[in-house]
Design a binder for this molecule. Structure first.
Ligand code: GLN
Length: 271
């Protein structure tokens, strides 16, 4: 009897440690044995991840491909809603997230971030004839945001700290759909990441303008399960890609004219 109880306790302990282990994601060894690493993203975010015909391309895809190459595995992309990326990572459905994801204190409770690789901001898009000329102009207005993004949190003002108080927030799965509503006059502005905003404005040059003033300053990083042994490895590879100039090369390939995301704090420190 005693022995059986001990076996039960041991089984319970083993099950517990396995759950704890699964929570920190697959190990490098497991990924290499499988031959592929799975990236969660939302491919509606040009120039970081978007569809070119049926292929998913972009800055994040190229960086992730370079990381997968370095690890000696193939890259598999899981294209899902942006707000589903963290739950997918936590459920073990993906090994990492590369989705133009900004580092926030709130997300840090659920994921581990790599060192940042890109400086970004939440930009303001308005209709060409709009009287909104800067961030203060958003007070009391109806704005469109992408669900679950930093632009969404800022405009929704969850913690009451946002200095600009918008009137109403409309949420969209795709930035492009928000821009359609902006053009149709259903909303007063769209809040979306600056380079994505630039692409959207470029596509509608007669109707949409990106304002010079931004709403927030942010940094992009890749996200891994909490406690993942891969984070340090990703940081080493990101540092190598920065040092070799490969990161700048990838960025200017998509941003044009030698434009890059600028130096993140981590990159400056590395010098
Ligand atoms: N950078 C924003 C965020 O992290 C938006 C990212 C996205 O829509 N892919 O919330």
């Amino acid at each position: 009897m005693k022995k059986r109880l001990l076996v039960l306790v041991m089984a319970a302990a083993a099950a517990f440690s396995m759950t704890a282990y699964a929570g920190s994601g697959r190990t490098l060894d497991e990924i290499q044995k499988d031959g592929k690493i799975v990236m969660a993203t939302n491919a509606e975010f040009e120039p970081f991840e978007y569809k070119d015909d049926d292929k998913i391309v972009g800055i994040d895809v190229d960086i992730a491909t370079a990381i997968a190459d370095e690890l000696g595995v193939d890259l598999e992309i899981s294209d899902i809603a942006f707000e589903s990326t963290i739950p997918a990572l936590q459920a073990g459905k993906a090994d990492f997230i590369a989705a133009g994801m900004s580092v926030t204190e709130d997300r840090k409770k659920n994921v581990d971030f790599t060192d940042p690789y890109f400086n970004a901001s939440q930009a303001i898009l308005v209709a060409k004839d709009s009287d909104i000329t800067g961030r203060d102009g958003l007070n009391g207005k109806t704005v469109g945001v992408q669900t679950g993004t930093t632009g969404d949190s800022y405009c929704t003002d969850e913690d009451g700290t946002s200095d600009v108080k918008v009137g109403e927030v409309k949420r969209y799965e795709k930035g492009m759909d928000a821009v359609s509503d902006l053009i149709a006059g259903r909303i007063d502005a769209v809040i979306i990441d600056n380079f994505v905003a630039g692409k959207l404005a470029e596509k509608n040059p007669d109707k949409v303008v990106k304002l010079d003033e931004a709403l927030t300053e942010e940094e992009y990083a890749m996200a891994l399960p909490k406690g993942s042994e891969l984070t340090a490895k990703f940081n080493d590879i990101l540092a190598e890609l920065t040092e070799s100039g490969k990161l700048d090369e990838i960025e200017s390939k998509y941003l044009g004219d030698g434009t890059t995301g600028g130096e993140t704090e981590a990159e400056t420190e590395a010098e």
